[in-house]
Structures are given as C-alpha cells and as structure tokens.
Design a protein around this ligand. Sequence first.
Ligand code: NAD
Length: 367
Amino acid sequence: MAHRVTFIPGDGIGPEVAWAARRCLEATGVAFIWDERLAGEAALKQTNTLLPEDTLRSIRENRVAIKGPITTPIGKGFRSVNVALRKQLNLYACVRPCRSYAGVPAPVRDVDLIIVRENTEDLYAGIEFPAGEPRTRQLIDQLVEWSKQPIQPDAGISIKPISASATERITRFACEYALARGRKKVTAIHKANIMKFTDGLFMEVSRRVGQEYQGRLVFEDRLVDAASMQLVLRPQEFDVLLLPNLYGDILSDLCAGLVGGLGVAPGANLGDDAAVFEAVHGSAPKYQGLNKVNPTAMILSGVMMLRHLGEREAADRLEQAVAAVLREGRVVTYDLKPTRNDVSAVGTSEMTDAIIQRLKIVKTQVL
Ligand code: NAD
C-alpha cells in the first residue's frame, strides 16, 4: 500500500534538496502519495501566514512529513516557524544520527552516534522578557526578593523550564529508540552541578527512568562541558546521547561537524501522533537556485523516514547508494571535495542522479 506523506519543499535551498530526497525515495520503488504543502516564506507569500492550518492538518492526518528547511522572516511574529511546528504537533523528540561515511572529509573517523534532544522545554520555550521594559524590571525586583541574589536592573531575562514529566517522556523515548536500533548505551547530558533545579531534575529523573532499563542498556550521565570535550577527543565512546533542548541544539552541530558538516546531517522530529523528517541545516538563502548544495542530509532524512514507515530494506538500499557515492567522492558537491573551489564538484541534481543510478545496482548488504 502507498504511504501518504506530507511534502513541504521549504524555502531557499529547501525545494532543491527536498526534491532530491523525493526523487531518491521514489527511486527505491516504495509507493508514496505525496500531499504537497507550504510553510515558511513560501507560505507567507501565497497564503499570508507562515504556518497555514491546512499544512498542520495534512501532517496530523498523514502522521508523516518530509520537509525542506524553511526561512523564518525576521519581525513577522514568529521566533521560529520550525519551533512553532514542533510545538503545534507536539514533536517532543528530535533525533539526529551522526555517522562517519568513508569519503567525507571529517576531523575524526568511526563516529556512529545518535542525538536525542528534548524539543519542548528549556531555554527554547521562548519565555523571554526584554531588558528595560517595566514588567521585566518588576520581574527582576520579584526575583531579587525571592532569591536574595543580585540581578542588574537593565538585564533581559530568559526562563528555563524543565519538568519531570517531559524529562521522563524523552528519557523513555531515548531508551526505547536505542533498544529498537540495537544500541547499547544512553548518556544523559546536563549541567546539574550548577542548575540544580532544572538540569538537576533532568539528571535525577533520567537516572531513575534509565534504571528501569538496567540489563538491557547501559545508562550513564555526564556534565555538558566534559562531554563536549570527550566528544571531540573520543566520539567513539558515545552511542545514544540524551539532551535537554539547548545542549541538544549545540551538541548536534558539534557532532555534525565531527562527521563532515551540515551537508551530511539528517534529522527527525518525532511525537506520539506525527513525525517530521528534515535535515539539520537551514535554508542557506545565498545558495538558493544555484544547484550547488549537498542533498545528502535531506536524502538521509528520507532514509530515516523509510525506516519509520517500516520500509527497512528500501532504507538500507538507499543508505548504501548514498554511502557508495560518498565513498567514491567523484560525483559529489563542493563541500565534499578536498578544497571548496574544486572544479570537479557537481551540483545538487547531478549528485542526486548519481545516487539514483547507484540505487539501481545496489544489493542490500551490511554497511
Ligand atoms: P544554514 O544551515 O541555512 O546555512 C549555514 C551554512 O551552512 C550555509 O551558508 C552553507 O555554507 C552551509 N550549508 C547548509 N546547508 C548545506 C548543504 N546542504 N550543503 C552544503 N552546505 C550547506 O544556517 P543559517 O544561515 O543560520 O540559516 C538560514 C535560514 O535557515 C534562517 O532563516 C534560519 O531560521 C533557517 N533555518 C531553518 C531550519 C529548518 O528549517 N529546520 C534550521 C536551521 C535554520
């Protein structure tokens, strides 16, 4: 039976990479019924809203979407359209695998880890009070009275909510995700020694939930500063990383850097009722329409979507086709060449064609 999937091309380089992924997904032979919808700048132009209700309805109905990156225009009432989309659909888990592929220029080898980032809380909740406003000064007065700590009267304030319930939910998600993929270890990351009531709660609750998985998984936790250094020095020691929202954002870019950059970093935002697959990178407007950027991150997000849909064999085949093209290093975009102005670099569509060609001959084998 064909899978109904909401397809959001996105803005900037979005349509180029989203179509690259769609062409590869179709070339696997899996049947799709695409429901194309708008979000971001493209939606603003056509519908006068950044996140149209029919886009949300389509994702709710289909339960699966693949989305190109979207641009959040500054000053249009949204802090981030992406964050709004995750909130509206309660996509509480952000999953970003970071895997070394032969042929991709990268500072280290043999990385194979998965980042699981809590998507709904933390400093990303968007609860902020600008410096200088009367109610910010009121809040500062109240906080100084309660905490007995000095705060400069001209400070801006951002609030960091972390709850036991959301931490329990994301820890369970990370452990189940790890088990379902044959992973052995989950490492929770925090700064509990300093932020005792937020990161401390995250540490306590994740440890408690992690204990339930004893015997099936190793569950450990580390401070975010130490973990950052260890990730650079010995990334092979990590398996699944479990992080609150902000550390998850930062460390997923760090880990993307370890395996070769944003051009090869896929991702998914998952909830109980819907799943949205998208690359880690943004809409890189300066490359829009140039047929230049790397489609790999978006195609690998499509691989994740195939696995989510239960199409494991097609997912393995597509991943192997991508891996083969990367390994050969011939028909690849500029960012995968030894130097940025290598004249042998090809465009987005040529690299996609090479992957589709490879897909036709690839036989499933262990990567
Ligand atoms: P960006 O990820 O769009 O681009 C940063 C740089 O990374 C680019 O200039 C380019 O050098 C490189 N890069 C990104 N994707 C690449 C690819 N596929 N191949 C090769 N190189 C690639 O980040 P930005 O410039 O900070 O953000 C631009 C816009 O994207 C903003 O409006 C931001 O809000 C949005 N954004 C959207 C998403 C999303 O939709 N999920 C995520 C991040 C940023």
